[in-house]
Design a protein around this ligand. Structure first.
Ligand code: FAD
Length: 297
């Protein structure tokens, strides 16, 4: 590993001054460090050769994780996957994250890896993304131009590409409070042997409001350049308070498949991935209906 300077700022002013070195020319390269589960292997392999690594874990708000019924859930970007998956309010009100936690990485990665790192790494297969998309997460970003909020759907642009510009930091994610009873399922199809990343990731969420009926959400990962919401598939399920019938479920699964743009790679063919989208979405809807029925029993 090539030597580099290390800084651990405690204020945004300090962090901005350090990250400003990422802008402009001069070959000056600065990397942001959160849990390091992605970054450190790349430094070790010499894929990245920064002159400065900025550890963001001590910045204010980055490790916050709290819920209130007015503002909803705030997840600091440096909150670990383990803290998210084991937080009592998250488990009670944002149940998709339980499923995510159970299928993510290995214990060391869950203990160390962060939600922000998972998103900023911008893998199409990032496991937190489909659930966060279903919950309408909004990203709070601080950068050279000040502070701004960007919906996660716009934050994720493509492989290794986010809405972050040079010197920008993802500070936190904000999820609105649940509007009523909710249930959902996250499924990750993996290779039979080895490999942590999903071949197809699918999150399904249904929220039952007081008057408006069921609001369905479907988000997919690993079957396109970025994780995305399958809006047309969702629309096929919006039919009042009752459970969708078999025809609506089939239509939604087919529309989800149409929205997918998988690639052939060493792990699976595009055709297989596409077929599995249909299966996972259908099963996800059926399991969500079953969970909703269980919750109201
Ligand atoms: C063995 C192993 C298993 C894994 N399994 C899974 C898995 O099952 N599912 C999955 O989705 N991922 C998996 N990963 C990938 C990785 O562990 C996760 O994506 C993790 O959440 C990354 O978080 P981190 O804090 O470690 O990121 P880091 O390595 O610290 O950072 C990742 C990237 O994001 C940037 N970054 C981090 N935080 C910010 C921020 N707040 N603002 C701006 N930029 C930032 C960094 O500069 C870096 O480029 C695995 C990795 C390993 C090594």
């Amino acid at each position: 590993m090539q030597p580099f300077d290390y800084a651990r700022p405690e204020t945004f002013e300090e962090a901005s001054a350090l990250l400003a070195r990422a802008q402009g020319g001069g070959g000056c390269k600065v990397c942001i460090l959160a849990g390091g589960t992605e970054l450190l292997p790349r430094l070790e392999a010499g894929v990245l050769t920064p002159i400065l690594v900025v550890d963001i874990k001590r910045l204010p708000g980055l490790s916050e994780l709290w819920f209130d019924p007015i503002h909803g859930l705030t997840i600091g970007a440096a909150v670990t996957l383990r803290r998210l998956g084991t937080h009592p309010d998250v488990r009670r009100l944002y149940g998709l994250f339980l499923d995510v936690y159970e299928v993510m990485g290995v214990p060391q990665v869950r203990n160390r890896g962060t939600v922000g790192g998972n998103l900023c790494n911008a893998s199409p297969a990032a496991d937190t993304a489909p659930a966060l998309l279903c919950y309408d997460a909004v990203c709070r970003i601080v950068g050279p131009e000040g502070e701004r909020s960007v919906p996660l759907e716009e934050f994720l642009i493509g492989p290794k590409q986010t809405a972050l510009g040079p010197g920008d930091l993802l500070v936190s994610l904000h999820l609105p409070p649940p509007t009523g009873r909710a249930a959902g399922v996250y499924q990750k199809l993996r290779m039979a042997k080895g490999g942590h990343l999903g071949l197809v990731n699918a999150a399904v969420l249904a929220q039952i409001g007081d008057e408006s009926g069921a609001n369905w959400r479907i988000a997919l990962g690993a079957v396109g350049p970025r994780p995305f919401r399958a809006h047309k598939a969702e629309a096929a399920l919006q039919h009042g308070r009752g459970a969708p019938d078999a025809a609506a479920i089939r239509t939604a699964a087919a529309l989800a498949q149409e929205a997918a743009e998988p690639i052939d790679d060493l792990r699976a063919t595009a055709a297989y991935r596409r077929a599995m989208v249909t299966v996972l979405v259908r099963r996800g809807i059926e399991a969500t209906v079953a969970r909703l029925a269980g919750a109201s029993a």
